[in-house]
Design a binder for this molecule. Structure first.
Ligand SMILES: NC(=O)C1=CN([C@@H]2O[C@H](COP(=O)(O)OP(=O)(O)OC[C@H]3O[C@@H](n4cnc5c(N)ncnc54)[C@H](OP(=O)(O)O)[C@@H]3O)[C@@H](O)[C@H]2O)C=CC1
Ligand SMILES: Cc1cn([C@H]2C[C@H](O)[C@@H](COP(=O)(O)OP(=O)(O)O[C@H]3O[C@@H](C)C(=O)[C@@H](O)[C@H]3O)O2)c(=O)[nH]c1=O
Length: 301
């Protein structure tokens, strides 16, 4: 069964390309062939590939830049996502759409559940929440997966930024008062496959439809995430790097991040019979993958 994956060069699309599944053939397509802001390019890609389902992994993800480019973020994350969902609906196929922990304000004491009211504090978060609504309105056959703090050997992400900073620093300053769950993109790809298997069992069904939180097991602050990255890198021979734990006020950024973006995954586990591994295990596997050359320029699979 062919599955169209948008956002070919992105972390999640590339991670899906790494998966070998007997059931699904992931076909990822990117700009300029498939552009979320160009409806004709979407129609053409769907007609060409004739997928059983679409995974919308394309997005405007530059969180700070979005503060001054909110319209550009909305064009991709809201109108674009809605267009992918509408084209899928027109062909009678389901959409799996990725969203984010940044739809929440971050002031809840415990982990967020799906029933909690989103209240994004950043332009990126607002564009992603509007995208969730556009997808749900355009195609009843949707699964919206909110994930968080994605890292992988591909593209740019916090883990790769930390490894880069460690190349010429002994100490890196990282915020210790924002909590969430680092989630390895390869584990997200496995989670998406579990959703696709469930849909394939019952394509006309409605039980699987809806919004779910899908993150790795456990929780961390960005500082704890950085400490684990450096500890794992050290095991593979890199020089030791220390984390200086700082507060959000000491690391000013254009976009406000949630202080708490932990998310409960019970609903996902129950509906799809799948659980993502502990986040620390993902860090270890990611650093091993990077050291083996995965993600370096020029390598495509
Ligand atoms: N990164 C994270 O920490 C998190 C991500 N998410 C969500 O997961 C999804 C995937 O994220 P991730 O893999 O990290 O994303 P990346 O930033 O790694 O990749 C984004 C992809 O989207 C593509 N893209 C941007 N604009 C368009 C457009 N107009 N038309 C077509 N493609 C476009 C980019 O293509 P190009 O190379 O041409 O720019 C790129 O391939 C997104 O929905 C994101 O919001 C959720 C939580 C956390
Ligand atoms: C690079 C760096 C960041 N930080 C802080 C800033 C911020 O509060 C936090 C994370 O910074 P980043 O800008 O790397 O990550 P950010 O772009 O905010 O990551 C987010 O991306 C989007 C796409 C999502 O959907 C989110 O789930 C989340 O992963 O760490 C430091 O304290 N020290 C540093 O050296």
């Amino acid at each position: 069964m062919r599955v169209l994956v948008t956002g070919q060069t992105g972390q999640i699309a590339r991670s899906m390309g790494e998966l070998q599944t007997p059931l699904f053939d992931f076909v990822s397509v990117g700009r300029p062939i498939l552009d979320l802001t160009d409806r004709a390019s979407l129609e053409a890609a769907f007609a060409d590939i004739e997928p059983f389902a679409v995974v919308n992994a394309a997005a405007y993800t530059a969180v700070d830049k979005a503060e001054t480019e909110e319209a550009a973020a909305f064009a991709v994350n809201c109108e674009g996502a809605g267009a992918v969902a509408a084209v899928a609906r027109g062909r009678g196929i389901p959409i799996i759409h990725l969203s984010t922990d940044y739809v929440f304000a971050g002031d809840k004491a415990g982990p967020y559940v799906e029933a909690d009211k989103p209240d994004p504090q950043s332009a990126y978060g607002r564009s992603k929440l509007a995208g969730e609504q556009a997808v749900a309105a355009a195609n009843p056959a949707h699964v919206i997966l909110r994930t968080a703090w994605v890292y992988s050997p591909f593209g740019s992400n916090f883990l790769k930024t930390m490894l880069r900073l460690a190349e010429d620093r002994d100490v890196v300053r990282v915020v210790g008062d924002q909590q969430g769950t680092p989630t390895y993109a390869l584990d997200i790809a496995e989670g998406i496959s579990a959703v696709l298997r469930r849909i394939a069992e019952d394509p006309a069904g409605s039980e699987w439809r809806g919004t779910y939180h899908m993150v790795a097991e456990g929780e961390a602050t960005w500082a704890e995430f950085a400490e684990t990255i450096f500890a794992e890198a050290e095991k593979t021979g890199q020089a030791a790097t220390r984390v200086e734990v700082i507060s959000t006020e000491e690391y000013p950024t254009p976009a406000k991040r949630p202080a708490n973006s932990r998310m409960a995954t019970n609903a996902f586990r129950k509906q799809f019979g799948h659980q993502l591994p502990a986040w620390q295990a993902g860090v270890e596997r990611c650093i091993t993958a990077i050291n083996s050359g995965l993600g370096v320029m020029g390598r495509t699979s």
